[in-house]
Design a protein around this ligand. Structure first.
Ligand code: FAD
Length: 548
């Protein structure tokens, strides 16, 4: 992972092969990519950061547990383990001035070593911050700048094995530091899949998914991680909290649910027992066009109510559909001809192409099951005025989805902030949340006197509602870029709660969403949570200040 951005060093976003992209950006945020100056990649040697305050005796104790090779106070290691990948994180790390970093990073090999590290941390009255893939975008990792105790980042990266699979129950025990591709490859070799594919799949871990209550693209079929994670091991001071992999239990309040979304505040997750599934015989994503957002949204609700039960239901609003078409690679020959013919046909049928909404529906299972699902969805789509456009765009989307995050770094290089905020709301409130959020973002752009962009898709359907995922962008000023970002981000988050949504469907709370927690779960809800943290972590040693 790059220390200053998303993904692998040397890989980035390019628009030269996407002729519609530059005109789109010019119109959306007023940025001319042909004339704008691209910032240089920041130089690591210029980064200013505090020295490690870890005592030699403490470092020796840690080395005695994991071996000297797996204890690091190197500057680069400490910077990589300071932040996640939110826009705020990227702006700060690129600024080259970092107020506080972990003092030491340790890489345990197994649960027993994690236990000894935790006990050593408590004996030292140090702070421990568990680290998975470092991909969170909610401010869930960064140390408190005023923290004077030694801060230890525990990177679970060496603990990346699928330990066992109970074939009869489809339950796999997986070490918490396994990244998405690590665990999926090991499961696939035995004919299984976890079915959890967040867009950050390549750079996030199963422990991190549990600690942030993550959700993957195919959640309509496989559930969110809160459904998938049936059991877990959590190392706490002096002992192991063990939730066995049980299908369901009435032992409430649920400790399993307390660990889900705990963001390192209750201990270190070392193992997760997840529900796995046999790899489906067929897996396909179909694309559909709808004449407008309202028709598309109504169709998604009808699909969620039907027996079709697809793995993905997703629809982009007209702005995001326009963006998707603009970022497509240049289509030539037959495909361009087909696209032009299709758009001509839709125009003749009275469609306003500026209102066109692109939808993806995923199907998985046996060929006969997939055929039945497709037929049911096809009828619903037709009823709502939509048409099917085949698998082409879906294949492209499936291939591109893990590359899109590189776009944010590219925009930042050019001086533009691009970020996301997501919520969930009941079907009855979804349109209201959508309208309020767009209005709030546009209000914030007007306040800043800036041309700004906001687009949305609906994904992750449930019987009672769905997730709305907003992407916003604007060109930041030089003086106070994060102050400007706060104005836009706060307007969006405030609109969510006011209009009946939650502060986050799947990115967690961290520091980023904490200001709205009380509005979301009520002051009494916050008081109960405060009591939990105070009793479970009286010394405030576990990732303090996150969530609340
Ligand atoms: P980290 O970022 O390392 O840590 C996150 C929090 O969990 C921290 O508080 C950390 O202390 C704690 N933690 C991590 N591991 C453990 C452990 N073993 N024990 C206890 N606490 C632990 N999220 C989604 O849900 N769906 C998406 O589609 C999605 N797409 C994304 C796309 C991009 C481009 C980016 C940058 C992020 C995206 N995210 C998404 C957010 C992020 O990937 C998730 O929050 C993810 O679950 C974080 O996992 P991680 O392993 O990277 O955790």
């Amino acid at each position: 992972m790059k220390w200053w951005g998303w993904g692998i060093e040397g890989v980035g976003f390019h628009h030269e092969d996407k002729p519609g992209f530059a005109p789109f950006v010019l119109k959306a945020v007023g940025l001319d990519l042909h004339t704008a100056e691209r910032a240089e990649k920041p130089a690591f040697e210029n980064v200013q950061m505090p020295d490690s305050n870890a005592q030699a005796s403490f470092l020796t104790a840690l080395a005695g547990i994991v071996g000297e090779r797996y204890v690091s106070t190197e500057r680069i290691e400490r910077v990589v383990h300071t932040f996640g990948k939110s826009l705020r994180d990227l702006v700060r790390v690129r600024s080259g001035v970092i107020e506080r970093t972990p003092d030491v990073v340790v890489y345990p090999a197994d649960e027993a070593e994690v236990q000894r590290i935790v006990d050593a941390v408590i004996a030292e009255d140090a702070v421990v911050i568990p680290f998975g893939g470092g991909s969170n975008i909610a401010g869930s990792l960064e140390p408190d700048p005023t923290e004077t105790r030694t801060i230890v980042s525990v990177d679970l990266g060496r603990m990346n094995k699928v330990l066992s699979i109970d074939d009869e129950s489809g339950l796999a025990r997986i070490q918490a530091g396994a990244l998405g591709p690590d665990l999926e490859d090991q499961l696939k070799a035995k004919g299984w899949t976890i079915g959890h594919f967040p867009d950050s799949f390549t750079h996030s871990t199963v422990g991190g998914w549990v600690a942030t209550r993550s959700s993957g693209m195919q959640s309509d079929k496989y559930g969110d991680i809160s459904d998938i994670a049936k059991g877990m091991h959590v190392v706490r001071p002096g002992g192991l909290l063990e939730i066995r992999g049980i299908p369901s239990a009435s032992t409430g309040p649920s400790v399993r649910e307390m660990i889900l979304g705990s963001e390192g505040r209750l201990g270190i997750i070392t193992e997760v027992t997840v529900q796995v599934h046999r790899i489906p015989a067929e897996r396909t994503i179909y694309a559909y066009f709808f004449p407008n957002w309202k028709a598309g949204l109504a169709a998604m609700r009808a699909i969620s109510e039907s027996d079709a039960a697809p793995s993905v239901t997703r629809i982009s609003d007209a702005r995001e559909s326009g963006f998707s078409l603009a970022t497509s690679k240049e289509s030539k020959g037959v495909s361009k001809h087909v696209q032009n013919a299709l758009f001509g046909f839709l125009k003749r049928r009275g469609w306003d192409l500026d209102q066109l909404c692109l939808s993806f529906i995923g199907y998985e299972g046996s060929p006969s099951h997939v055929a039945r699902q497709k037929s049911m969805v096809g009828k619903i789509v037709k009823k709502h005025g939509g048409i099917g456009v085949g698998t082409g765009p879906g294949v492209l989307y499936d291939q591109k989805k893990f590359d899109t995050p590189y776009l944010r770094d590219f925009l930042l290089d050019m001086g533009a902030a691009g970020d996301v905020s997501e919520t969930a709301a009941p079907w009855s409130k979804l349109q209201g949340v959508y309208d309020a959020t767009i209005a709030a973002a546009n209000g914030a752009y007007a306040k800043l006197d800036r041309t700004g962009w906001i687009m949305c898709h609906m994904s992750h359907s449930y019987h009672s509602g769905a997730c709305l995922y907003f992407t916003f962008a604007f060109v930041m000023g030089d003086e106070d870029p994060l102050g400007e970002y706060d104005i836009v981000k706060s307007a969006i988050q405030g609109a969510f709660v006011k209009a009946g949504g939650t502060i986050s469907h799947h990115h967690g709370v961290g520091l980023e969403h904490s200001p709205w927690l009380e509005d979301d779960i009520s002051p009494e809800g916050v008081a109960v949570m405060r009591g939990l943290f105070a009793s479970a972590d009286a010394g405030g040693n576990f990732n303090p200040n996150k969530i609340l």
